[in-house]
Design a protein around this ligand. Structure first.
Ligand code: NAP
Length: 236
C-alpha cells in the first residue's frame, strides 16, 4: 500500500526553480526532501516553509558525487520511506564562446546538468522499479531544442540530459514509472542576477514551479511527456 502523504525529492532545491518547487509541494502538504550544496540556502528554506503544511528534510550534497547521492537515497528512505516523485532540477548555466571553451568548462557543465540526472535517476529508478510506481521530472531547457550563441557547453549538456530523459522514459515505462521532460525558457532566478535583463521580461520561477506541480497530479495511467514553457515575448 502506498503512503497517504506523498514524497518528492528535489535536487538543487536551495535557490531558483528548485526552491519554488519545494515551496509549492510543501504548501500542498507533501513531504519534501530538499537537496543542494549550500547549507545556508537550505536553512532559510526551512525557515520560509515553517507555516506550510508539508514536512521538509534537507540534505547538503552535490548531485554529481555518487557518495552524496547514496546518502540522499538512504536519508529519504529513513525519513519518508521512498520517493513518489524525483525532480532533477540541479543544473548550472555558464556562457562562453565555443572557440574559447576549455575541456574543464565543458566537462563541468556536462556533469552539473547531465551526469547529475543520470546518477540520481538511476538510484531512485531502482527503488521505483521495485515499487512499480514513480515519476521522474527532468528540468532541461529550451537550450536542448534550439541553439543559443555562446552557450555551447550548456546546449550540449541540456541535449544530453534530454536524450537521457527520453531513453529513461522508454526503459522505465514497463515498470509504471512516468518520465516528464520540462523545457523552460528564461525564468528569473539567480542564473539571471546581474545580467541586466528586465525581470518582467522573464517568467517567474514560482509560475514555472506551479506548472510543474500540475503534471504530478494526473490520473495514474497518464503522463505528460514534455512541457515547453516560454515568456510570451519569446527567448532572449
Ligand atoms: P539557480 O537559481 O542557479 O539554482 C540552482 C540550484 O541548484 C542552486 O540551489 C544550486 O546550489 C543547485 N545546484 C547546482 N548544482 C548542483 C549540484 N551539483 N548539486 C546540488 N545542487 C546543485 O538555477 P535555476 O535558474 O533555478 O535553474 C534550475 C534548473 O532549471 C537548472 O537545471 C537550469 O538549467 C534549468 N533552467 C533554468 C532556466 C532559467 O532561466 N532560470 C531556464 C531553463 C532551464 P548551489 O548554489 O549551492 O550550488
Amino acid at each position: 500500500m502506498g503512503n497517504l502523504i506523498k514524497t518528492v525529492v528535489i535536487t538543487g532545491a536551495g535557490k531558483g526553480i528548485g526552491r519554488e518547487l519545494s515551496l509549492v509541494f510543501l504548501n500542498a502538504g507533501w513531504n519534501v526532501v530538499a537537496f543542494s550544496r549550500t547549507e545556508s540556502d537550505l536553512d532559510s528554506l526551512v525557515e520560509e516553509s515553517r507555516q506550510l503544511k508539508g514536512s521538509i528534510h534537507t540534505i547538503i550534497g552535490d548531485a554529481t558525487v555518487s557518495g552524496d547521492i547514496k546518502r540522499l537515497v538512504s536519508e529519504t528512505t529513513q525519513h519518508f520511506g521512498y520517493a513518489d516523485v524525483l525532480v532533477n532540477n540541479a543544473g548550472v548555466f555558464k556562457s562562453i564562446p565555443f572557440l574559447e571553451m576549455t575541456e574543464d568548462f565543458f566537462s563541468d557543465q556536462s556533469k552539473a546538468n547531465a551526469l547529475s540526472t543520470f546518477l540520481v535517476s538511476q538510484q531512485f529508478g531502482l527503488q521505483m522499479k521495485t515499487r512499480k510506481a514513480g515519476h521522474i521530472i527532468n528540468i532541461i531547457s529550451v537550450a536542448a531544442k534550439r541553439p543559443f550563441v555562446g552557450s555551447v557547453g550548456y546546449c550540449s549538456a541540456k541535449s544530453a540530459q534530454d536524450g537521457l530523459g527520453k531513453v529513461m522514459r522508454e526503459e522505465l515505462k514497463p515498470y509504471n514509472i512516468r518520465v516528464t521532460n520540462v523545457y523552460p525558457g528564461a525564468a528569473f532566478t539567480n542564473s539571471w542576477a546581474g545580467s541586466g535583463v528586465d525581470e518582467n521580461r522573464l517568467m517567474k520561477a514560482s509560475d514555472v514551479a506551479e506548472t510543474i506541480f500540475k503534471v504530478v497530479n494526473l490520473d495514474d495511467n497518464m503522463v505528460i511527456e514534455e512541457i515547453v514553457l516560454r515568456p510570451v515575448a519569446g527567448d532572449l
